[in-house]
Ligand binder design. Structure first.
Ligand code: SAH
Ligand code: SF4
Ligand code: F3S
Length: 445
């Protein structure tokens, strides 16, 4: 009987996609996926280190898997950003872990299970080969992530990503287009192009050109991308939102803070005026979302007030806000004494203020749709997403991959609810044959 594996994924879309690649590599080596850790011969934890809390989650998960190991000899591997950050130190802290691998070595998983050890050296950018997705693992799914680039060449002073993901490397556009063609062939109708800094893409064409090439793939209904840095937002990319009908009207463009002095300490390389000039060019009605950090070192009451003022006048569709968490190997941690740490209770209060402001607005925007039809791409029975990327639950008989309209009856912060009114475009039936089970990543809030 085939040996079985379970992958536990934390963090962002990049990790979710990496987990799928690792699952595919294991499947090629004869392993079978299971959807629970208890009966698995291998448990692989794909980790996130964006905030301290994310890192803590690894160690509490490892505590549970250690018991499995002592009961039934389960092998334990750690991948992802904590693996890259901690390298051999991880084995000192958790000696029962069998192997550790960084994000550059996804396809070495089957080999590492056999021999154990550590693979965390970055591969030279010029030699790096992006793992190709196996389209079969997406058969029958409506949506897929497609890697466009990896790494980050920025130096935001709060962020550990450049340390854990290394230098930027872009995937050649022909490879991306081929992969999307294959995905559409197994029923995928929406792709999200992913990368830590996706709009600085340079794989033989600009990011805007990449979007146009992807839009030309026959049968693809929707395109999204994430995440973008405001400084890499080109006028050509803005034009895509006007001219490419399959590019969905949702744009995640993290601002991080509303005060120039904080942006400077964060080394974000733009001012609020520049950010506002850029977003003013976007089409009206686009769902603009952002990230905000509260309690960044040295943040004064005045700076926080500026942040709130900026957020009040910027009509974000949604906001992901976090309390600053000091990360190893970052610029801010070296300056924290000089700038001064913001007491945790103050940071939390500021976060609550920001969240309350946005929650009221998000709810209002969702409720405005009650009584109207929204276009939904069905991902599972009774569940899908609107063009703005809002979650929609509905009553109706549509199948995954169908594009339908839903009459909205109620709205909450997390989802719209309604009834299916029409099928706009029916998907070709697919026999679902998932080779690797990969669960959605757990958010690291
Ligand atoms: N590449 C993206 C961000 C990736 S990390 C960008 O440059 O915008 C996702 C979000 O986590 C960031 O936008 C930031 O808001 C938050 N984040 C990153 N480091 C953090 C830290 N040390 N403490 C709190 N939040 C952090
Ligand atoms: Fe993703 Fe960032 Fe977490 Fe790495 S640290 S897995 S890039 S969220
Ligand atoms: Fe992080 Fe900034 Fe890059 S937030 S991922 S260092 S652009």
């Amino acid at each position: 009987m085939a040996r079985s594996f379970y992958i536990h994924t934390f963090g962002c879309q990049m990790n979710e996609s990496d987990s799928q690649r690792m699952g595919e590599a294991l499947a090629r080596a004869g392993w079978a996926a299971t959807d629970a850790p208890d009966g698995a011969d291998l448990v692989l934890v794909n980790t996130c280190s964006i905030r301290e809390k994310a890192e803590d989650k690894l160690f509490s998960a490892l505590g549970r898997y250690r018991l499995l190991k002592s009961r039934r000899g389960t092998k334990i591997g750690v991948a992802g950003c904590v693996a890259q950050q901690e390298k051999s130190r991880l084995l000192q802290r958790a000696p029962f872990v069998d192997f550790v691998l960084g994000p550059d070595h996804l396809e070495k998983v089957p080999d590492l299970v056999e021999r154990g050890g550590i693979e965390t050296d970055f591969v030279d950018t010029h030699e790096y080969v992006f793992p190709q997705a196996d389209p079969e693992t997406s058969r029958g799914r409506a949506t897929a992530f497609v890697t466009a680039m990896k790494g980050c060449d920025n130096v935001c002073s709060f962020c550990v990503v450049p340390y854990t993901r290394g230098r930027e490397a872009s995937r050649p556009y022909a490879e991306i287009v081929r992969e999307i063609n294959d995905l559409v062939g197994v029923g995928v109708r929406e792709v999200t192009l992913i990368g830590q800094n996706v709009n600085s893409y340079a794989g033989g064409c600009t990011f805007a050109e990449l979007i146009r090439r992807v839009a030309a793939v026959p049968g693809l209904l929707r395109i999204r991308f994430t995440t973008s840095h405001p400084m890499d937002l080109s006028p050509e990319l803005v034009r895509c939102f006007y001219e490419v009908p399959s590019l969905m009207p949702h744009f995640h463009l993290p601002v991080q803070h509303g005060a120039d002095t904080v942006l400077e300490r964060m080394r974000r390389k733009y001012t609020i005026a520049e950010y506002e000039r850029r977003i003013a060019e976007l089409p009206a009605g686009i769902a603009l979302t952002s990230d905000i950090i509260c309690g960044f070192p040295g943040e004064t009451d005045e700076e926080h007030a500026k942040n709130v003022e900026f957020l009040r006048r910027t009509p974000y569709d949604n906001l992901f806000s976090f309390v600053y968490s000091p990360r190893p190997h970052t610029g801010a941690i070296l300056k924290i004494e000089e700038w001064g740490e913001v007491p945790r209770d103050v940071a939390l209060k500021r976060l609550e203020e920001v969240q309350a402001l946005q929650m009221a607005r998000t709810l209002r925007r969702r409720r405005e749709r009650i009584g109207f039809d929204v276009e939904v791409l069905v991902e599972d029975a009774g569940f899908g997403r609107s063009r703005e990327n809002w979650t929609v639950h509905f009553e109706g008989d549509a199948n995954p991959g169908d594009l339908v309209t839903v009459r909205v009856q109620s709205a909450s912060l997390v989802a719209l609810r309604g009834v299916q009114t029409a099928v706009v475009d029916r998907a070709a039936p697919q026999t679902r044959r998932r080779l690797a089970v990969v669960n959605a990543a757990e958010c690291c809030g």
